[in-house]
Design a protein around this ligand. Structure first.
Ligand code: ZN
Ligand code: ZN
Ligand code: FE
Length: 757
């Protein structure tokens, strides 16, 4: 019996451009004797497949089972066969030029060097031996080199490099693993490395740039190294003097630096479980925060890179350049090449200007970076595949997040740890990490990134939403750029981000715990219990208000908050000696006279105060340093806690402070105070959930806000809430800190269907 010939149109959506999808389709079509075509469109990838019915089915199954993160829409059998339409009339299957028909397509994030390319990179006989720009369809730069869509070489920064004959033949051979690899390059035709000294003088003869940089690093010098999404500042992690010099020059006395090393090396100084290993080895290649090991050999490295902290951020080499560097220097400190709180440098002029006082030399190249993108940072819950994201950027952006949102919403984000988000086709496109919008260069970066994202997505946002803070740059940007801009309260947006990510239905009880956010009463919120019910948010509980003498300065001088709480509860007589070292008398005066002492319900500030009272930290040189130090001071666990009361939703902290003061008098250890304090905050969450859960008939709990970057708190809260029968959710796809609120804002704008405040 003659089998019937069919043709169908298949539309693939997802991450299907720039990942070797079309060659895969091409080869699969050959295998099943299918004629037709494949091409990139503005929507994704379109495939016309003609052949025997059972072959088409097998072909579709093959696509579905492939490694690609895609969904498929298959048309009913077409009336016109592929042959009649003029395709595959010779029985061929072709890759057609891209067409831009649609509104948007999903293009990939930057991909870490793949195993095949790594092998080739170190193969002495290959034509790409130690060539730092090697790549293929499975790996290489993507987001960072794209100027416009669709993702074709001419629309990337590779346009200026004309492929040599050898590269061209790989590029056009469907059997080659570089078939349609847009950044394809070799030493003959592709980008080159350059090495400069601190006076911008090129110091290397041709081809010596790499070796000269290695020599400098081995001597303990600091090099600015152009990577994928921007510059890194690099030094030998085992050279403690070099690391200390970097700290001094970057004015970063305590903030942890990330370390780059091969997995084998990293496992000598950090504990790495199966989930962490998988994430480190993933094509996103993020920084993973790992627990330090007790090891005399690496004790100094661990302390220099991440002082006083029980964890360390580690990433594996991801660019080919990193791989060849790591072969020479097995552990490198690799920190963002920027002035503190400014955007990471992406071109030579920025790097020479901004990093001149920090770097001794520059290892750079002539492949432009089109989209600035910092390293991403993630952290796993212990022995679990669940993780939180601290920074979502290179390797994750521009992957969209599935979310039921109204089309065409622009969510401006907040001013700290900023990113923004645009909703399109039930997807949220979160921008790369922009940073602190109080810094002028970040504002410029924000403007650029918004314009680029709007153009990538080919979308005209019709509605904008921003934080309620009237002084935020992002709020004013949204209001001036878009006619219809509404606002969403910070802590509602935190809870909303969890609801959106997990597509929660029904009522949700949210714990939005962070440093600060503008509240409905104009006060500084930060320890909020939020109810989401019938498409509306309401604050149903909070931490008791306390004063911040001096306002914002309390985020740095955290001893002030400790003093404020002692004062509030009449305990200044119990002031620990460590607090008396500071000039506290004028601060007491401020409190007495109520001068410049705004009120807050911030859980972040309460953690600061506890850290200062316990004597763990008094000055914070980076965000949440007090809380990090307090968590790190936990050496052994116990079930002990401090008593507290909840009155009409208000969590009274008086007895907590009284009991800490009593513990200090009794010379209770830092460890014990820290454990008791952490346990108390867990109990606050559980007890509030039980009370509010009963009162408002809600069983779903959302945890969000920067305070939940504290793993002790997050893990124990989740465990205890679950044991009480709650369904517990937290941010896993967007940052748990303020880098997640743009998603929540988009949700609030969607839910309000036009009636935005
Ligand atoms: Zn590759
Ligand atoms: Zn070439
Ligand atoms: Fe926040």
């Amino acid at each position: 019996m003659r089998s019937e010939r069919h043709s169908v149109l298949i539309n693939a959506h997802g991450i299907v451009q720039g990942v070797g999808f079309r060659p895969f389709v091409f080869n699969s079509a050959k295998k099943f004797d299918i004629s037709g075509y494949v091409r990139n469109t503005g929507f994704g990838v379109e495939i016309l497949a003609a052949g025997k019915k059972e072959n088409i089915n097998k072909f579709i199954q093959t696509l579905k089972k492939s490694r690609f993160d895609a969904s498929y829409e298959v048309s009913p059998p077409l009336r016109e066969s592929a042959k009649a339409a003029g395709y595959g009339s010779d029985g061929s299957f072709r890759i057609l030029p891209s067409v831009k028909t649609g509104i948007l397509s999903d293009f990939p994030h930057d991909l870490a060097l793949c195993d095949d390319c790594k092998k080739e990179l170190f193969s002495k006989r290959g034509r790409r031996y130690k060539y730092p720009f090697i790549n293929c369809v499975k790996c290489g730069p993507r987001f960072s080199i794209i100027k416009k869509l669709p993702y074709d070489r001419k629309n990337t920064v590779m346009k200026k490099f004309k492929m040599c004959a050898a590269c061209e033949s790989e590029y056009s051979n469907p059997g080659d693993r570089r078939f349609h690899a847009q950044p394809n390059a070799c030493p003959e035709c592709g980008p080159q490395l350059y090495f400069y000294d601190n006076d911008k003088k090129p110091v290397s003869a041709k081809n010596n740039a790499f070796d000269d940089c290695v020599k400098a690093l081995k001597k303990g010098k600091i090099a600015a190294v152009k990577s994928i999404g921007g510059y890194h500042l690099a030094c030998d992690a085992l050279n403690i003097k070099a690391v200390e010099t970097l700290r001094k020059r970057k004015q970063r006395p305590f903030k942890p630096f990330a370390v780059m090393a091969e997995l084998q090396t990293a496992s000598k100084f950090c504990n790495i479980n199966a989930y962490e290993k998988k994430a480190l080895l993933s094509d996103a290649a993020p920084i993973v925060i790992l627990r330090k090991k007790e090891t005399p050999e690496y004790k100094n490295l661990l302390e220099a890179a991440s002082p006083g902290n029980n964890s360390l951020g580690v990433m594996l080499p991801y660019a080919p350049l990193h791989h060849i560097l790591i072969k020479e220097i097995p552990a490198l400190v690799m920190t963002s090449g920027n002035l503190s709180d400014e955007p990471i440098c992406i071109d030579e002029s920025e790097a020479f200007k901004n990093l001149k006082g920090i770097a001794d030399c520059f290892l750079t190249h002539n492949r432009e970076i089109a989209n600035r993108c910092d390293d991403s940072i993630i952290k796993f819950l212990s022995e679990s595949d669940k993780k939180i994201i601290l920074r979502r950027s290179r390797g994750f952006v521009p992957d969209p997040i599935d979310a039921v949102l109204q089309d065409g919403i622009f969510a401006a984000g907040g001013d700290l740890k900023n990113n923004f988000c645009i909703a399109r086709n039930n997807k949220a496109y979160m921008s790369q990490y922009i940073g602190d919008l109080s810094e002028r260069p970040n504002m410029v970066f924000y403007n650029e990134a918004v314009n680029k994202t709007v153009s990538f997505l080919d979308v005209k946002p019709e509605k904008a939403v921003c934080d309620a803070h009237p002084g935020y740059y992002s709020s004013n940007y949204a209001k001036s750029r878009f006619k219809k801009a509404g606002f969403a309260y910070h802590h509602y947006a935190h809870t909303a981000s969890v609801i959106t990510e997990h597509k929660l239905k029904g009522s949700v009880l949210g714990f939005s715990f962070d440093g600060s956010g503008y509240g409905e009463d104009g006060k500084i919120w930060g320890g909020e219990i939020v109810l989401y019910k019938n498409a509306a948010f309401e604050r149903i509980g909070r931490l008791d208000y306390f004063k911040l003498p001096g306002g914002d300065i309390c985020a740095r001088e955290i001893w002030r908050t400790a003093l404020s709480l002692l004062y509030q509860y009449g305990l200044t007589g119990h002031m620990p000696e460590s607090l008396k070292k500071f000039d506290y008398k004028p601060v007491l005066k401020m409190l007495e006279k109520n001068i410049n002492s705004p009120q807050t319900s911030s859980m972040g500030r309460l953690f600061d105060a506890a850290a200062a009272l316990a004597g763990v930290k008094h000055i914070s040189t980076f965000e949440a340093e007090g809380a990090v130090a307090l968590e790190s001071s936990i050496k052994s666990k116990s079930k002990k806690s401090y008593p507290f009361k909840i009155n009409n939703g208000v969590i009274e902290i008086k007895s907590i402070i009284e009991n800490i003061a009593a513990d200090l008098k009794d010379k209770v250890s830092k460890n014990d105070i820290s454990v008791k304090f952490h346990n108390t905050v867990c109990e606050i969450i559980v007890k509030s959930a039980i009370l509010c859960g009963r009162k408002y008939n809600v069983r779903q709990v959302a945890l969000s806000g920067g305070v939940f970057q504290n793993m002790f708190l997050l893990e124990n809260s989740v465990k205890k809430l679950k044991s009480k029968g709650f369904k517990v959710y937290f941010n896993e796809k967007v940052p748990v800190n303020d880098g997640g609120i743009s998603l929540g804002q988009a949700f609030i704008a969607s839910a309000s269907s036009g009636k935005l405040k």
